[in-house]
Design a protein around this ligand. Structure first.
Ligand SMILES: Nc1ncnc2c1ncn2[C@@H]1O[C@H](COP(=O)(O)OP(=O)(O)OP(=O)(O)O)[C@@H](O)[C@H]1O
Ligand SMILES: [Mg+2]
Length: 229
């Protein structure tokens, strides 16, 4: 990979097998993402966007093809190595926030640092700073049920960023939010990108996509177009 590239996938395909029937969710997808890019992935429901995000995010392996993240070749990695690569390189933000319900905002953000074996004092400090950055300094002790949807998503973004990942992946991060909370999340992602963070976001929303610098259109598991804005 070139020095400014952080992710490269080559000739990826993904087949799901159900009751002996094969379904090809991605076919022959190749893609390179460089440091500091803000990429939106768009396409109809069922076109393979989440499948692609899961492969980029090392949550799933492709049936064929290769995935490189910085110096790592993912197809060669064991489950344990994959988990370690996820923890150090990937920040994931999901549509349904995926916060632990019985755990405070602060403890949710601390958790990835526990897995990363960061000392207790440092992880508390980093988690607090991160929550402050997303505007939640007064909500650290709240449980998810005591937060609005937009606030929960900001906790999820703080959790995704606290490990200082190479790349932030967000799958419909504003899908469950009203337009005002959605706009807050969008501003936050834009600010992160201005500070040099690499961001890939899946969205149905033209408005969200208009903030990106590059739009990749997917249909039927293939890249239809890939345009810089
Ligand atoms: N675990 C699975 N087993 C079988 N088929 C699956 C599985 N996961 C996804 N699929 C199929 O793969 C295709 C792509 O799914 P994917 O979730 O990637 O779509 P998407 O573009 O994210 O759609 P949406 O916009 O609705 O979220 C769909 O037809 C889906 O039914
Ligand atoms: Mg999806």
């Amino acid at each position: 990979m070139l020095p400014n590239e952080i992710l490269r996938i080559t000739n990826i395909s993904k087949e799901y097998r159900m009751d002996g029937v094969e379904f090809r969710a991605l076919s022959d997808v190749s893609l390179t993402i460089r440091k500091g890019e803000f990429v939106a992935i768009m396409g109809p429901s069922g076109s393979g966007k989440s499948t692609l995000m899961h492969i980029i995010g090392c949550l799933d392996k492709p049936t064929e093809g290769a995935v490189f993240i910085e110096e790592h070749k993912i197809s060669m990695a064991s489950e344990k190595q994959l988990a370690a690569i996820r923890n150090t390189h990937i920040g994931f933000v999901f549509q349904q926030f995926n916060l632990l319900r019985r755990t405070t905002a602060l403890a949710n953000v601390v958790l990835p640092l526990v897995y990363a074996k960061i000392p207790a004092k440092e992880r508390l400090e980093r988690a607090k700073n991160m929550l402050t950055d997303v505007g939640l300094s007064d909500k650290m002790e709240n449980f998810p049920s005591q937060l609005s949807g937009g606030q929960q998503q900001r906790v999820a973004i703080a959790r995704a960023l606290v490990t200082n990942p190479t790349i932030v992946l967000a799958d419909e991060p504003t899908g469950n939010l009203d337009s005002k909370s959605g706009a807050e999340i969008l501003n936050l992602l834009e600010k992160l990108n201005k500070n040099g963070r690499t961001i890939v976001v899946v969205t149905h929303d033209e408005h969200v996509a208009s903030h990106a610098k590059r739009i990749i259109l997917i249909a039927d598991g293939k890249i239809l177009s890939d345009k810089k804005l």
